[in-house]
Design a protein around this ligand. Sequence first.
Ligand code: G3I
Length: 313
Amino acid sequence: TGLDALIKSKGKKYVGFSADGSGQFNDATHANIFRTEAGCLTPENSMKWDAIEPNQGSFNWGTADTLVNFAQSNGKLVRGHTLLWHSQLPQWVKNINNKATLTTVIQNHAAAVAGRYKGKIYAWDVANEVVADGGGMRSSVFSQVFGDWTFLDVAFKAAKAADPNAKLCLNDYNINFTGAKLNTFIQVVKDLKSRGVPIDCVGTQTHTGVGDSSIANYKNTLTMLAGTGCEVQITELDIAFPSTSSSSALLNQQSNDYRTIVAACMGTSACTGITVWGVSDKNSWITGRHPLLWDENFQKKPAYTGFVNGINS
Ligand code: G3I
């Protein structure tokens, strides 16, 4: 029973959720949902650079270890998130202004973090959100110091060396609709491949809104991403209400939207798994806008049924 068992019965690899903190794993309600509904867990915050290496060479492993240990003892996959990101990046990294130093720092970070969890990570978001919202390269210490995309080469090669069997992904948001950002993203992936950089998967975060006009075209964006030759994963799915107010019409539309997105993955052979960004509306990063499958009281919403219908479509 549960979403993960159902999607596996249809040939996909997993349904996953973001999670974090001993509070969740010690909480019977959360832990039970993870055990029965999830095949994969993504640490929502604990593997980010500021959380895991706030000072150079000084690591906080505790929270991330808790998640990986829970996953190991319950037979769940883990998506590592994330080795290189412009946000949640400690100041000591932002202060680096020469390429040789930044190269070594990226290599050491990837070696330490991906190395610690070697063999226990299904897929790493090696780099997150490197494309600017209007297309082109996002401005960050990485883009500024390197001057081109080759900081990605450094990160992916270092991740490969640290955990050769993990699938290595490039992850981004706002690539769930067509436009300059999706076009740049696809080109970056193709260029990485043509340079021989080890990349296996692309992550489309898919933070979207109830009734968003892009949802009807979602399968098309998955097909475009699959055209890179990479495995495609939906990595951070949530579908928020426009405001805090709720209605049965919105709940039903949200259910339909989950069905459409999940069905698009089911109909795309390169799409291997779907991660929802949290379990209960109570704990979502989108405060008050009811984006998830369980409500504030951990009751299944119509969205849950929409997800099931999408798998069965
Ligand atoms: O842990 C500290 C706590 O000690 C402190 O008292 C408190 C005060 O602000 O902050 C806590 O940290 C917060 C952290 O979540 C853990 O709750 C940060 O402020 C807060 O910024 C952080 O937000 C996370 C956000 O990424 C930024 O890292 C969200 O939970 C998380 O859902 C969100 O996830 C991102 C993905 O990683 C990438 N894609 C977009 C997605 C949504 O923004």
